[in-house]
Design a protein around this ligand. Structure first.
Ligand code: ADP
Length: 250
């Protein structure tokens, strides 16, 4: 039995604007287990990004509990845009989080250099972001996130700014990196294929005000990398079932 690292209990989030109160998240509860890749899907506007920003402690909840089951948990947050600084080299960009945390030392710097080398960016360590493709920049953004050695990675539509091919290859890379580094990941996506091919579990939210509609344990025969996982016999069945759960009307 895997260790539970995070429990979300009856989470609620209300926003206030000039028209009054918007209940974005009504009642969402689920656990997150050590080393798992968990995706959150749901109709547009149901509160997926809000949920992630509350987990990242950027936004405040209106009710319920968020329980991290260890002290001093480190969270890594990766967004759609890579947010690399153009005037810093790739290595300097990757060291930013450690500089901000004031925890940069030679050992940690060497670990970041090792990550860049291991994941195909060794030749770009002293180059600037404008010499990299969109997919490579997102890989750098992931390594910058890993540099602080997070316990949990939060990925918010991290690939959606990229074209289909780059996105698929990057999703493969990110999956391999996260799994080989043994990280727990929570990903928000509107892309069902990505969710099914990358995740151990998928949480499906209803439309706003959201509650958990279903939780899927994704079991794929001959599971390997996300690109290959599309060929697994169960893929289409999961896709159809989750698509129906989303209940999208145009
Ligand atoms: P999703 O990521 O599922 O598309 P969001 O989390 O971005 O949804 O938004 C959930 C709901 O909360 C939306 O209806 C959105 O309009 C509303 N919302 C998000 N941020 C704010 C805000 N700062 N002020 C008011 N309403 C907001």
């Amino acid at each position: 039995m895997k260790k539970c690292v995070l429990s979300i209990e009856h989470l609620q989030k209300n926003y206030h604007d000039k028209n009054g109160e918007i209940v974005a998240i009504k009642d969402v509860s689920f656990d997150v287990y050590d080393g798992e890749f968990l995706s959150i899907v749901g109709p547009s506007g149901c509160g997926k990004s809000t949920l992630l920003s509350i987990l990242a402690k950027i936004d405040k909840k209106s009710g319920g509990e968020i329980k991290y089951h260890s002290d001093n948990i480190i969270l890594g947050y990766m967004l759609q845009s890579d947010f690399l600084f153009p005037w810093r080299t790739i290595l300097e960009n990757c060291l930013l989080g450690l500089e901000i945390n004031k925890t940069l030392d030679e050992k940690k710097k060497q670990r970041v250099i090792d990550l860049l080398n291991t994941y195909g960016l060794g030749d770009f360590i002293n180059k600037y972001p404008d010499s990299l493709s969109g997919g490579m920049k997102q890989r750098v953004a992931l390594i910058r996130t890993l540099a602080i050695d997070p316990d949990i990675l939060l990925l918010d539509e991290a690939f959606s700014a990229l074209d289909f091919q780059t996105r698929s290859v990057l999703a493969d890379d990110v999956y391999k990196i996260i799994k080989s580094e043994g990280k727990t990941a929570i990903m928000v996506t509107h892309n069902l294929s990505e969710a099914i091919t990358m995740s151990d579990r998928i949480i499906v939210l209803t439309k706003r005000p959201s509650v958990v509609k279903k939780i899927y344990n994704i079991k794929l025969t001959d599971k390997s990398t996300p690109i290959n996982n599309r060929k697994c016999p169960e893929f289409n069945d999961y896709y159809d079932r989750i698509w129906r759960d989303l209940d999208v009307h145009l």
